[in-house]
Write a protein that binds this ligand. Structure first.
Ligand SMILES: [Mg+2]
Length: 319
């Protein structure tokens, strides 16, 4: 932690959240759907980008949809859902591994259906996996943060658990950005109580799964993995994947450790990695993300440098 950490809404924290999410997504991509035991057996400590169904360092649907959110903020200065739905469609590449429900949503958007008439009642983590950057953008206004998180989620997910997961992730990232800016440690009980109380009116089940997050000592990866995988399914559902993503952030001493731990939990590894990466990047800032990972992130037309430029545009004077 530097003497004068960047403010909660800053280029360092926004780009940290964005590229942290991309690193988690890319690290988790090759082992998506694996058990934590299989990951450990095959790779030991998985801490380098590997080839999977995409090239090493590639991002998946999680980051592609996050980039659409960044483009919306850069172009519109707010979370305009009609514009965002158009960007989801413009960037959409099925090879990134979208769920079947999202594929059909994209087909409807391509046929001209309005953004607010294509969602399904999914309680998956699709609304949460892409939303971290909004937490930094609205780091100083929890109400606006929550409203924007719900609005972007509603394009694809209308189930209360999907919506609550998106709100909880955005609010957790907002708090992480504020704590990082104040050079304060994040603590499990205060983070969970703050976020759970705000999402309780949206979905009480999500709030209770957040409150089930155990306190884990910082820095012990194997104990954290044991505790988190015994409490949560770490699957594609929002309430079983967001709390362990938060747990991995809270149990870590650096973005590298947070993201490695998140992916090591198994299950929906790319998304859990992306959610933890957004939290860690918002808290520690861009400079704390391992340069070796940033160097190896994919960097074609809509890759790493495009994301950095978008973050710079969005922050403007705040950069
Ligand atoms: Mg994915």
């Amino acid at each position: 932690m530097t003497q004068s950490p960047a403010p909660a809404f800053s280029h360092s924290r926004l780009a940290g959240a964005a590229l942290g999410a991309m690193c988690g997504d890319a690290l988790g991509m090759p082992v998506e759907g694996w058990s934590h035991q299989d990951i450990e057996r095959q790779y030991g400590r998985l801490d380098a980008f590997l080839e999977g169904r995409l090239e090493a360092g590639s991002y998946t649907d999680d980051s592609q949809m996050m980039i659409a959110i960044l483009e919306t903020l850069a172009q519109r200065g707010t979370l305009d859902p009609a514009y965002l739905a158009a960007r989801f469609l413009a960037l959409y590449e099925p090879r990134r591994g979208y769920g079947g429900r999202v594929d059909s949503i994209m087909q409807q958007l391509a046929r001209g259906a309005p953004w607010d008439q294509v969602a399904t009642d999914s309680w998956g983590n699709g609304g949460a996996m892409r939303v971290g950057v909004l937490g930094v953008y609205f780091a100083h206004d929890d109400q606006a943060c929550c409203a924007a998180a719900l609005r972007q989620c509603a394009i694809t997910h209308t189930h209360a658990r999907g919506l609550a997961g998106a709100a909880a992730q955005a609010l957790s990232v907002a708090l992480a950005a504020r704590l990082g800016a104040a050079a304060k440690q994040p603590y499990c009980a205060s983070l969970v109580n703050h976020v759970a109380s705000l999402v309780e009116p949206i979905d009480s089940h999500t709030a209770s799964r957040l409150r089930a997050l155990p306190r884990i000592p910082r820095g012990d990866e194997s104990q954290a993995r044991r505790v988190l995988t015994s409490e949560y399914a770490c699957d594609v559902s929002a309430p079983e994947s967001l709390p362990p993503a938060i747990g991995a952030f809270l149990a870590a001493a650096s973005p590298e450790q947070a993201i490695v731990l998140a992916v090591s939990l198994g299950g929906d590894t790319d998304t859990i990695g992306a959610m933890t990466g957004a939290l860690a990047g918002a808290y520690w800032g861009l400079e704390a993300i391992p340069p070796a990972w940033l160097d190896r992130l994919e960097n074609q037309e809509a890759g790493r440098d495009h994301v950095l430029r978008l973050c710079r545009d969005i922050c403007g004077e705040n950069g």
